[in-house]
Design a protein around this ligand. Structure first.
Ligand code: PMP
Length: 283
């Protein structure tokens, strides 16, 4: 693979980061993942806008503009002949040659991007749905900022896998916040989608924003409110969304079958309509 690092395109084995980089020492870093379908960037404007917001919230300076980032992403797609998968982008605050909690205002950031080849359209999870288990959300209180402090998510997914499930749904004060690395939704028996409203409690999913528009176009009712895990057990459908999954149906929660145990009609409709839309309109 050819990767991008601080202004250069290099072989992945030549891309090395200092042990004093604050991304390594403190997870002092932000990231984005943009899906690539048919060699095109999916919802990329939204991802770059969120990156700019994450940087602003943490006082980090992006060394390149959003347009330049898009150019770098396109160059990587071309150099690696990527047709389907994603582009990972990470910006760390940088390194000042030692371990020190504080940093100077003119610290120079580290920017890396790399491609990941992965099947997005033809996945077993999309066809058959996934099983999740619920657990307490132990993350910090700024989940709206997309930082690389992902230890709680790694632990949650590992626990889920150990329990024979595919992912976690996180709970705070009795209410579902989101999935381990996705936004969470249920569908009521009168076909209304329920998903938690935007706040600092969840990541403002770019796929979520697109799906809300798709739901509106398809005239599917939607209510933005928090829901309990008990409400989810009784739901007609459940599903998750993210850039790397688009929409995956959830067919079991905590060992309880959701609906008839098959991917729900609304989840399938949102997935297929979203994919049609991105194939038609992405550049
Ligand atoms: N919530 C969390 C915690 C996530 O990690 C992700 C994926 N990065 C999402 C939601 C979905 O966001 P997006 O649709 O922008 O990928």
């Amino acid at each position: 693979r050819i990767v991008y690092m601080n202004g250069s395109y290099v072989a992945e084995s030549d891309a090395t980061v200092s042990i004093f980089d604050r991304g390594f020492l403190f997870a002092d870093a932000v990231y984005e993942v943009t899906a690539v379908l048919a060699g095109k960037l999916v919802d990329n404007k939204g991802h770059l806008a969120r990156l700019e917001r994450s940087c602003k919230e943490l006082g980090m300076k992006l060394p390149v503009s959003a347009d330049e980032l898009t150019q770098i992403q396109r160059t990587l797609i071309e150099k690696n002949q990527l047709t389907e998968g994603g582009i990972y982008l990470q910006l760390t605050r940088g390194n000042e040659g030692d371990r020190d909690f504080s940093y100077s205002d003119d610290i120079k950031p580290t920017l890396v991007l790399f491609t990941q080849q992965r099947a997005l359209l033809d996945s077993q999870a999309a066809k058959e749905g996934i099983k999740v288990i619920s657990m307490e959300d132990i993350r910090w209180r700024r989940r709206d900022i997309k930082t690389t402090s992902l230890l709680p998510a790694c632990l949650a997914k590992h626990l889920a896998h150990q329990a024979g499930a595919d992912d976690a749904w996180l709970i705070e004060n009795g209410l579902v916040t989101e999935g381990g690395s996705s936004n969470a939704y249920i569908v009521t028996h009168d076909n209304k989608i329920i998903t938690r409203p935007l706040s600092n409690d969840i990541l403002h999913g770019i796929t979520r924003a697109s799906l809300l528009k798709v739901a509106e176009d398809c005239q599917i009712e939607l209510e933005q409110r928090a829901f309990t895990i008990e409400e989810a057990y009784e739901a007609k459908e459940a599903f998750v969304s993210s850039a790397t999954t688009f929409v995956w149906p959830v067919v079991a929660i905590d060992g309880k079958t959701i609906g008839d145990g098959q991917p729900g009609e609304i989840a399938k409709k949102l997935r297929s309509t979203y994919i049609e839309m991105v194939l038609a309109f992405t550049q």
